[in-house]
Design a protein around this ligand. Structure first.
Ligand SMILES: [Zn+2]
Length: 311
């Protein structure tokens, strides 16, 4: 995934242009005389060259959109570019001048390759109104790991990232059917940095962030699900954790209760956040049932039940 990016930066370095990744601040506007900066364009220019509008900028990331595309550019060192939910690699050189962001012009062709063709928006009919009690609520569902990061490898050989995504998608579909606005940090096999996952929840003003994982241990007899919240978690996070923990007891898996841990996604999410370890992939019998689609439905139903009680 990072190979095209390394390749591009390799070319830049050969050209004698040394950039540091992430945004640097400068009080002076860039000019062509600045050499390297002549290869940098403002966020507005980047948007217009891609046929997008700059719809959001909060100092941590910039959002460029049109009716069929959404591009997120994270400006912190090591920040990535996401096109329609797919991580296309590092944003690379970024510079902030008088509140305006400048990026390498090379981002234009890189992003363009991933954009969807625009289709005219045709309003057909108004869908039936969603359940009033949940409309306006936003839940971010985070499928743990992905892409180059497989997570744990199960006793049966499949990677954790795969079952995390299956359960996350099932949870997301069910929540959407209740009229809840659901945002997934990833909806395919993509690697997303932990900080970026939390950023998504913060930017979307999530009422709840739920990270979905599966456990592993060298002791193959370990089993059951575990709920995690941050050590300094809010009462809302605790409530959500308790509801999901209770609902999961109906699946037949044993409970290891609710614990605290300073997992980065929990620490960096500003709103309520919980992390679910659905069971032990290192346990031979749990590895088998956790891979089963029907059992995943059961887990998803329980997580949804807990989320609905918490909202
Ligand atoms: Zn995990």
């Amino acid at each position: 995934m990072r190979i095209p990016c390394i390749h591009i930066w390799g070319l830049l370095l050969t050209a004698g242009l040394l950039f540091s990744a992430g945004c640097t601040e400068s009080s002076k506007r860039p000019t062509a005389a600045d050499g390297a900066l002549s290869y940098m364009i403002s966020a507005d220019q980047l948007a217009s060259r891609l046929g997008l509008q700059k719809s959001f900028s909060d100092g941590r990331h910039i959002e460029l959109t049109n009716s069929t595309n959404r591009v997120l550019i994270f400006t912190h060192p090591g920040g990535n570019v996401y096109v329609n939910g797919q991580n296309i690699g590092l944003a690379g050189a970024c510079r902030r001048e008088d509140g305006t962001y400048y990026f390498a012009e090379l981002l234009v062709p890189r992003i363009r390759g991933y954009l969807n063709a625009q289709t005219p928006v045709k309003p057909v009919y108004t869908p039936s109104s969603p359940s009033p009690s949940y409309s306006g609520r936003t839940v971010v569902i985070d499928a743990g790991h992905g892409g180059k990061d497989p997570g744990a490898i199960s006793y049966l050989g499949y990677p954790e990232k795969e079952v995390n995504l299956k359960v996350a998608q099932k949870v997301a579909w069910r929540l959407k059917s209740k009229g809840i606005r659901v945002i997934m940090t990833r909806n395919n096999d993509t690697f997303i940095e932990l900080n970026d996952r939390a950023e998504i929840a913060n930017r979307e003003g999530a009422d709840l962030f739920v990270s979905i994982h599966h456990d592993s241990n060298h002791n193959r007899t370990r089993r059951g699900y575990t709920l995690y919240i941050a050590p300094n978690a809010s009462e809302t996070s605790r409530r959500a954790g308790r509801f999901i923990e209770k609902a999961l007891s109906g699946t037949g898996l044993s409970s290891n209760g609710m614990r605290t841990n300073d997992y980065r996604v929990l620490m960096r999410t500003q709103g309520p956040a919980v992390l679910v370890e659905c069971g032990y992939l290192s346990n031979p019998s749990e590895a088998a049932i956790l891979y089963d689609g029907d059992f995943q439905n059961r887990i998803a139903n329980a997580i949804v039940q807990g989320i609905l009680q918490a909202l």
